[in-house]
Design a protein around this ligand. Structure first.
Ligand code: NAD
Length: 399
């Protein structure tokens, strides 16, 4: 299959590109390297020494003989080039990772909020529009987030995979309808993912575009079998207050002897998936596209849920790290339940990687190996959801 991987230089996109190439697909990465530019803006680097995209691709070819093409293109700003690229490469499928993906970054200031909306919503719309204009039947797999549902909206009822069956009262009695699950975004970033959902619903209904939207949980881990082949293929490991995700941050903090930074009570329950399962899920989604005329197919791409404080306690038990509670910069309930339906991927053969299965140690080893690259001044989250909620770095004292 010929596959374009949009955002293929990123944390999820790079290992997915290698996995798809490894199983025989013809992969072209499309990326404007904006994530690397944001690192420069934030004056932070991946904990792991990621190599330039050209070198990554060269090394992959050296080691496996497989070619991956790369096109530097901004999805949000270079529509004509995008449409031309589809006509020229005629892909069977597109995997779309190419968005600004950090909730804290999206709440940083007006510039970051506006950039996140402009980049993500326009980029996704451009992809859909280019698919229609190309006249090709290209299946689109998009990375959404569990955060579109919000947390705790329906109490302990399981969050369905995208759609909710509701009863609509009419003069002739109730009728049943299936609607998109109500959107309940908790940040500007999450807001863009809920707007993406409406774009998909429209283009599926109006133009019969085939779309699968993967509502992914928080990804943890770093390496896949392919990225682990050679240090020059290593995957990104974000640990800073904007882009670092909770479990990887804890592992890195433990590795450098920094207290584990829990926001609020740590009673937030979140959904998780290992990067190895992310790449498998993308493969499964590509192999099981919807039919033309179907509504967007929605899969919850999640393998388990945990409370943040339970994760901190687990890492503390393994590593002896202290736990520090910081004020929560987000506007959210202190505690929430999260019960997620995830039947689709299990039915299609996903064999989930669990937290307890040894990969925690593997991730910790990566964090320990590169701990000297860490900048401890970048660990504390600085973005706040409302004015006056600033977190104080003094609450945590690095050892
Ligand atoms: N990492 C997670 O825990 C997680 C969880 C849920 C959902 N997701 C979703 O998965 C996708 C990938 O996440 P990630 O962690 O790999 O993020 P990332 O920031 O590491 O990668 C995104 C890539 O997209 C590129 N990009 C961004 N805007 C672009 C544009 N306009 N044109 C071309 N390229 C562009 C960036 O340069 C980067 O390489 C995102 O859409 C994100 O919302 C990620």
């Amino acid at each position: 299959m010929k596959v374009l991987v949009l955002g293929g230089d990123g944390f999820c996109g790079w290992p997915t590109s290698l996995h798809l190439s490894d199983i025989g697909h013809d992969v072209t990465i499309v990326d404007n390297l904006s994530r690397r530019e944001i690192d420069l803006e934030l004056e932070v680097e991946s904990l792991t020494p990621i190599r330039p995209i050209g070198e990554r691709i060269r090394v992959w070819k050296e080691l496996t003989g497989n070619e991956i093409d790369y096109v530097h293109l901004d999805l949000a700003r270079e529509y004509d080039r995008l449409e031309a690229l589809l006509r020229e490469t005629q892909p069977d499928a597109i995997v779309h990772f190419g968005e600004q993906r950090a909730a804290p970054y999206s709440m940083r200031n007006a510039t970051a909020k506006r950039y996140t909306v402009d980049n993500n919503v326009t980029g996704t719309h451009n992809v859909l529009c280019a698919i229609v204009q190309s006249g090709l039947d290209i299946a689109l797999v998009h990375l959404g987030t569990m955060g579109v549902y919000g947390y705790g909206w329906s109490g302990s009822a399981p969050i369905p995979e995208g759609y909710l069956t509701v009863k609509v009262p009419t003069p002739d009695g109730d009728i049943e309808r299936e609607i998109l699950h109500p959107a309940n975004p908790g940040s500007v970033y999450h807001l863009t993912k809920t707007l993406d959902q409406l774009l998909f619903a429209f283009y599926c209904a109006n133009d019969q575009v085939r779309v699968t939207d993967l509502h992914q949980g928080i990804v943890w881990g770093t390496q896949t079998p392919q990225t682990a082949l050679d240090e020059r293929l290593i995957n990104r490991f974000d640990y800073d207050g904007d882009y670092g995700t909770v479990l990887n941050r804890f592992l890195m903090q433990a590795a450098i002897g920094h207290p584990l930074t829990v926001h609020g009570t740590g009673g937030q329950t979140r959904a998780f998936i290992h990067i190895r399962d992310t790449v498998r899920c993308i493969q499964i989604a590509l192999e099981n596209p919807p039919e033309r005329g179907d509504k967007p197919k929605v899969f919850n791409q999640v393998t388990e849920t945990h409370r943040v404080r339970e994760l901190a306690e687990l890492i503390s038990k393994i590593t002896g790290a202290e736990i520090a509670n910081l004020p929560n910069p987000r506007r959210e309930a202190a505690e929430n339940e999260l019960n997620v339906s995830r039947e689709h991927f299990l039915e299609l053969g996903l064999n989930p990687t669990r937290l307890s299965e040894g990969l925690l140690e593997e991730s910790r080893d990566v964090a320990v190996k590169y701990r000297d690259r860490a900048d401890t001044t970048k660990i504390i989250a600085r973005s706040v959801w409302r004015q006056g909620m600033e977190t104080s770095p003094d609450l945590v004292k690095p050892q």
